[in-house]
Each structure stands twice: as C-alpha cells, then as structure tokens.
Write a protein that binds this ligand. Sequence first.
Ligand code: MN
Length: 224
Amino acid sequence: MSSITSTLAAAVVAAPIAATQPFVLPEMPYAYDALEPHIDAKTMEIHHTRHHKAYVDNANAALEAQGVTGKTLGQILAEVSKYGAAVRNNGGGHYNHSLFWNLMAPAGKGGEPSKELLAAIDRDLGGLDAFKKAFADAAVKRFGSGWAWLIVTADKKLAVVSTPNQDNPLMDIAEVKGTPILALDVWEHAYYLKFQNKRGDYIQTWWNVVNWNEVNRLFGEAIK
Ligand code: MN
C-alpha cells in the first residue's frame, strides 16, 4: 500500500473532535468529481478549498488571538460559549465539514444502514422512511443557513435535529445535544451551482451519496 493511500485511510477514520490545535484542512477521502452526477465537482472543490479552508484559518486565528492553545476541537466545541462568535462559527465550520466529507461516498459505494442502526431507527424514529422524511424536513425547513443532523443523545437514543449557521449538537449552546452520526450541509454554497434555489431537490439527490458504512461506524462508537 502506498503512503498516500495509508494517509488517506487514516484521515477517513480519524475523529474530527480528536484534532489538536492548530487545525489543518483535512484531505478529501475521494476526488472532487467522485460524487457526480449527484453533487458536482466544482461545488465540491470550492466547498473544500475555499469554504472549509476559511473556517480552518479563521478558527486558528481567533483562538490564537485569545491565547487559546493545546486544546482539541472536541474540547473547544464543548465550551464554545467561552470563546465568542468567531470560534463558534469557524470552529463549528471546521468540525461540521470534516465530518460531512466522510459521510458521503460515490453512489453505490456507501453501503446500507446496518441491522443495528435500522433497529434503532425503527425504535426511536418510526422506521427508515419516517426517518428520511423527518431528516429532509429538518433540512428543508432550516431558515437561512445551517445543518440537519442525526444524533445519538446522552440516553443512547436517536434524534433528528437542525442547527443554524455552523452550530452543531456538540456545542454547549446547542438546544439538543448529542453525538452526530449523519450531517447535511444546507448552506447555499453546498448546492447553489447545480440546484440553485431548489434545496429540496439537493436533499433528495444527496441520499444517493450517503456513506452508510461511516454512519454505521459512528453509530457503533456512539452507543458504546
Ligand atoms: Mn459548507
């Protein structure tokens, strides 16, 4: 196995919350055109090299300005209210996108929800179809910019939530807290080039590139 392949494999399994300061833009786990025709290459390239990179750079700068060093991303998110808007927005943006890239895979390569995950979806969310509808509703009804999430709560139950801007359910300021196992970016920068104002079409298309193998893995970790 080449060293590049090893590095990429390691990047895929590394938990974004374990990253320590200063934060770095992660390698993508696939090529920018790998999600075509569902998510276009130009959107993926701009999203990663400009938007995500800006969150990383701005988070590092805001933390440095406050003299914050030696913390993990997870620690910072758990006490994000201490650090002000720049860290909340950019530290959140870095975590959210690091997770998001790994939660997508080329169509046909992402596997299926595991038996264990399906059982939890049946128990807590009324079945796979009801879950997908609730998740799409959370995504389409988020006013302005934000994210839809499938999380595991402290009592090990599944819940569908949404957050504004670059907030996430790991933050101390989150309305509903939990461990994210699936995430969908509904900022216009995630879909506007291909879908323009049709956020609902983007969401329906996005199901084709969900990396269920990674969702299954994160679910297993979260219920331990
Ligand atoms: Mn984004």
